[in-house]
Design a binder for this molecule. Sequence first.
Ligand SMILES: Nc1ncnc2c1ncn2[C@@H]1O[C@H](COP(=O)(O)OP(=O)(O)OP(=O)(O)O)[C@@H](O)[C@H]1O
Ligand SMILES: [Zn+2]
Length: 610
Amino acid sequence: MAATASEAVHWFGLPTWLAALLAVTAVLACGITTYKKGWVAIRNGNLNINALMSIAVTGALVLGQWPEAAMVMVLFTVAELIEAKSLDRARNAIQGLMQLAPERATVLQDDGNWQEVEAKSVALRARVRIKPGERIALDGTIVSGRSAINQAPITGESLPVDKTEGDAVFAGTINESGSFEYVVTAAADDSTLARIIHAVEEAQGAKAPTQRFVDQFARVYTPVVFAIALAVAILPPLLMGGAWFDWVYKALVLLVIACPCALVISTPVTIVSGLAAAARQGILIKGGAYLEEGRKLAWLALDKTGTITHGKPVQTDFAALNGHGEADVRSLAASLASRSDHPVSRALATAAQQDGIALQNVDAFEALPGRGSKGLIGGKVYLLGNHRLIHEQGRCSEALEVRLTSLEEQGKTVILLTDEESVHGMFAVADTVKDSSRQAIAELHALGIKTVMLTGDNAHTAGAIAAQVGIDEAQGDMLPEDKLKAIEGKIEQGGSVGMVGDGINDAPALARADIGFAMGAAGTGTAIETADVALMDDDLRKLPRFVRLSRRTHALLVQNIVLALGIKAVFLVLTLTGLGTMWMAVFADVGASLLVVGNGLRLLRVNSSR
Ligand SMILES: Nc1ncnc2c1ncn2[C@@H]1O[C@H](COP(=O)(O)OP(=O)(O)OP(=O)(O)O)[C@@H](O)[C@H]1O
Ligand SMILES: [Zn+2]
């Protein structure tokens, strides 16, 4: 207000003292914090934006450029406000998710009544009832009823998922049609949704490489421009007899131009928007660095079981060998298998259960990673495991090898039961490929990213599954350390390498890769914490989406940097040729800031599924 008035007074030729008074009022009214910050910066020998502006405005006042001084300070303050607001807006895009979880839940009380209470006060193991159309307030496991649930707030996938007893439900998701009851498994502030938000907020706080570069650049650039401005103010009048007023004024305009506002704000706004946009699509990126890295991916390594396939194999073939009885072999194998969580073992155990096969007691059970398992049954040692295990035990034969190969070439996984004398039988299980995997691989290839499958399963099966989904390369028979070596090999070839996995046996490889992706993170809390990028469900199409988002983010970053520096360059030329005024310079600065901020926020509107 006072600044505009000062301008008007000047315009109408009213007394200068009035313009001066109004200008000083305006400068003090909005510029006091800028002056404070500027003073602290100068005292620390550090020329930041605030210091530049303080000097420029003071200079203008000293030169008697009252209205200009006032306008510069006012517009600068407005620009700062806009920047703070826009960054908040990008940050809040993720906070909005939290409001998706209702604040109240209908909980079963000790007296057998249902009562609506604060979600925050609900204890673990409490029983909650959900009506059709209601939003779920807390994480839990369904104990009765069934329904279709829209999990878009967590996974970014709005197609409803059918859930029934034993299935996990997440706070913030929407119950569509049925009603059910569930027991609470996490407190309100520890829900999957809360953890996602927390992770995104942490990621937003960490600086991405471009941001660090911009900060460094600004640190060098600002003093350099200051030195130039000083030279412009002093040298021409001293050496060439120029008018002091003109040159000092030019120098002040230069200082305003030097203000790297737009440049400094453009990067965080863009990155923060990108992170929020990803989170809304069920892709949790643990830092701007990974968002920037994604576009460089040259190779993507994928684990087979549970990543490319559904991870729920079923038993397809069985044969007793070496004269052992079928019923005996199945009972022994199922007894070992039912002790393990490995998908292959589970397939055997399930088939045995369906056929009503009795289990026997197993002692000294032991998992043999990458091989199978072992235990004592009736005082005898039995081993249940893959070809590698049988080979290492020296119990393989050529005839057996032929049978194994023929099953494996159909994409089946074979495990064998053996004791210390002979192989008792063989079992084949088959897993199915996810439709989304095939599509995801095709999209990745279209983006120029090569794919390799790394699996603990044998090479024939690996090859067969890889062919089904169109993966470029398949490597089988891998132990965890082999997966790690394979990743290192790809890294040596140059280019960025990503790894997608689910299991513990992938952890070293995931950690070594430039970007470690975890799948189905909604179900396993640790994946959210440990992965570089957590995909909230197990749809591999999130991978090409992530890459596209990363490329868009990068394009916007470059656009913004060029824009911010370009506008400055234009005004630099204008000033040096005597056409630029302080007015223009500060408008250019505010304008450029608005442009880059608007450009960065565009990411929030991106739907990169296309
Ligand atoms: N507990 C087990 N029960 C049965 N078979 C097993 C067990 N552990 C390992 N195997 C056998 O060893 C192979 C390698 O196991 P590993 O756990 O390393 O890989 P995976 O989980 O099958 O595959 P991926 O590496 O694709 O996730 C399996 O394919 C299976 O044949
Ligand atoms: Zn063999």
